[in-house]
Structure formats: C-alpha cells, structure tokens
Write a protein that binds this ligand. Structure first.
Ligand SMILES: O=P(O)(O)O[C@H]1O[C@H](CO)[C@@H](O)[C@H]1O
Length: 287
C-alpha cells in the first residue's frame, strides 16, 4: 500500500492545529462546517478570531461562490466554537484525503462534536425547496467508486482501520433538533432523511435522480459525507443538516435546469431559520 503523503500525516495536522490555537484564546469543543450560501451563521459568532484558509498552510482552499474560505473561532450560544465558513470539495480537484485535513485539524484542536451543513437537491418528492433536512444517514456513492478519505495507510492515532458507520449521526442531537424545530414552529419544513454524496460538479441526470429515489435517498449533494467519515473515524459526535435549495429534476424533457445561483438564493432565504436551529441546538446541547 502506498505511504501516506507528508501533508496528510498526523504531525502535519498537529502543526496546523497548534498554529491555529496559538492565534486564539478560545478552546472549542464544537466544530461547524457551513455549506453553500450558509456561512452567514458566522455573523452570530461573538468575540471572534478570523483566519483565512489561504493563510493556513496545508488547508484545502474553496474556489466556489458561497464559500468564503474563513475559519471563525469564538462564542456561539455561550459555547466556544470553530466554524468553517465554506468548504473544499473533491470536484475542485482535491483528493478525498485532503478534504480530511480540516476535520482532523479540528479534532487535534480539541473538537469533540462536529456539525455539518450543506445545500442539497431534493430527491424525495414530498420535499419542497426551503425544507431543512436533519441527516439521519447517508449513502457514500462516491465511496462505491473508491473515493473515500479513509483509503490508504491507516494511522491509528487518527482512528481505527475499520470504523463502524451504522450510527454515524447522533441520535440524541437529532432528537434535540426535532424538539427545537417543534418549539419554534418549524415542523412544517423540517424533515429527517438520507443524504447522498455524488462527486459532482455536474448536477444529476433525470435517470440518476430516479435511481437515487429508488435506493432511498431523500437529498443529494457533492460534499459532507467525507467529512462525516473522517469525524466518525476520529470518534467525534456528528450532527448534520441539509437545506433543500432545489428539487432535482426527475422528469424527462422539462425546460428548467438546476443551477448554483438558485442554490445560493434559497440559502439566503432560509438562512435565518437554519441559524436559529443551529444556535439553539448549540445553546442547549451538552458539550
Ligand atoms: O454541499 P455544499 O458545499 O453546501 O454545496 C452544494 O452546492 C453546490 C452546488 O450548487 C455543490 O458544491 C453542492 O455540494
């Protein structure tokens, strides 16, 4: 088996984590990754230190609109958090092992719980644009093609060779999120379902959309799953939410097509409710 490239090694990730900690007084136990158009959550973070990904040697850079590329460390809901305002994706040319770097960095900074968010296309035909889906499980379709950040020599310092994945999304946090949704009157648009990762960058064909529906997918996107795999490998607790920014087209020969502008627009429109859900969850969860 090929050796791990130096940039993915424990010592390098430790160097990145220590470099970040040296720039802030905060010691976060919670990490949050903001998906396409969802970075406004960072505005709620108080007493913050902001570091550009470009200034963190070894961090993957995002080139996609709606991903600011900033690490924001401060207080949210009274708790210390490290928030990623945007993420890098495999379709930007990053190998999956590189997508692992920010999550492992957070782990070595002391983060124990990871929240992941994303913009996703609705596959479940009962879903509507603007729905928020609590992630119950995922299908790593990219993994079916061998694209998995855990492929390669396993360093036990990060986690075990064969991590279980049947309990990837924390039950207690999902229950807490659902009860907060009920209390806030969000029930009509908060769902719980299965996310599927495609590598992208193209949106799905009609037959792919139908296939995803048949195999039990509720929403699809081009991210998140690899971060979850790495976090669970490292023993972190995970909670995830998808914002349904568009419905994936599942009828042949219709005029409209998916586009990233629509994804960002919906992000803006529902952003406040998503922020309320996340910040209340942060306030109420035990860390
Ligand atoms: O998953 P996030 O990063 O939220 O972004 C989603 O939005 C983009 C497509 O519009 C893709 O990058 C897709 O994965």
């Amino acid at each position: 088996m090929a050796d791990i490239a130096k940039e993915y090694m424990y010592e390098n990730i430790e160097r990145i984590a220590n470099g970040i900690l040296a720039q802030t007084k905060h010691r976060p136990k919670l990490g949050i990754i903001c998906g396409s158009g969802l970075g406004a959550l960072a505005d709620k973070v108080e007493d913050r230190t902001v570091i550009n990904y470009a200034d963190i040697t070894g961090f993957p850079i995002s080139t996609v609109p709606g991903h600011e590329g900033k690490l924001v460390i401060g207080k949210l809901g009274g708790k210390a958090v490290v928030l990623m305002q945007g993420r890098a994706h495999c379709y930007e040319g990053h190998p999956p092992q590189k997508i692992a770097i920010p999550v492992r960095t957070m782990k070595l900074m002391g983060v124990e719980t990871l929240f992941v968010t994303n913009a996703a296309g609705g596959i479940n035909r009962d879903y509507k644009v603007g729905d928020i889906m609590i992630m119950k499980d995922h299908i790593n379709l990219a993994g079916f093609a061998g694209i998995n950040p855990l492929v390669g020599n396993n360093d036990d310092k990060f986690g075990p060779r064969f991590p279980p994945m049947s309990n990837a999304y924390d039950r207690k946090l999902r229950d807490l999120a659902k009860s907060i949704a009920k209390e806030k009157g969000f029930e009509p648009f908060v769902r719980e379902g299965v996310y599927c990762m495609m590598v992208g960058p193209n949106f799905e064909t009609v037959t792919e959309a139908r296939f995803l529906n048949i195999i039990g997918v509720d929403a699809t996107g081009m991210s998140t799953v690899q971060e979850v795999l790495v976090a669970r490998h490292a023993g972190m607790r995970v909670f995830g939410m998808s914002l349904i920014t568009n419905m994936v087209i599942s009828e042949y020969d219709v005029e409209s097509v998916a586009n990233h502008a629509e994804v960002l627009e919906t992000g803006k429109a529902r952003s406040k409710d998503l922020q309320t859900l996340v910040s209340t969850l942060v306030e109420r969860m035990d860390l």
